[in-house]
Design a protein around this ligand. Structure first.
Ligand code: GTP
Ligand code: MG
Length: 138
């Protein structure tokens, strides 16, 4: 059984979409193994997004992720890593297909940073690394 790290980003928490996003994960048939509201430190976020350091959107992305609490979720089930990314939809919410979290619930707000509601791990290696970061005791 696989596990993935899902984050409901600060825009999702602020807009009251946490429940809707958890509902979609459960409706798909995945299990919620851990859920915690986290106020992340800059250090945690720089580590989480280490692969993006040096890119033009890195600093705005970290600032956005520091703008409010994040719901950290470990979701579990066969195929959950690609399965959740499929539920989430394309990175750009304008392009994301209807039926996906980003396609149904997200939009372009005219900001520097792509506010796209959720994060999902992109591989087994990323999932293990990210779960250890966000749930150090788990
Ligand atoms: P995550 O599940 O959040 O990791 O999304 P992703 O895997 O679809 O995107 P990626 O890991 O490539 O980028 C991480 C986050 O950085 C995205 O979710 C966006 O919030 C932001 N981002 C990525 N690419 C761009 C970009 O080209 N421009 C801007 N402004 N933001 C970006
Ligand atoms: Mg990513």
């Amino acid at each position: 059984v696989s596990r993935t790290l899902v984050l409901v980003k600060p825009d999702g928490v602020r807009r009251g979409l946490s429940g809707e996003i958890l509902r979609r994960i459960e409706a798909k048939g995945y299990t919620l193994a851990a859920v915690q509201l986290v106020t992340p430190s800059r250090e945690l976020l720089e580590e989480h997004y280490a692969e993006h350091q040096g890119k033009p959107f890195f600093e705005p992305l970290v600032e956005f992720m520091l703008s409010g609490p994040v719901l950290a979720v470990v979701a579990e089930g066969h195929g959950v890593i690609p399965g959740f990314r499929s539920l989430a939809g394309a990175t750009d919410p304008t392009a994301a297909a209807p039926g996906t979290v980003r396609g149904d619930l997200g939009r372009d707000w005219g900001l520097k940073v792509t506010q796209n509601l959720v994060h999902g791990s992109d591989s087994e290696e990323s999932a293990a690394r990210e779960i250890a970061l966000w749930f150090p005791a788990a």
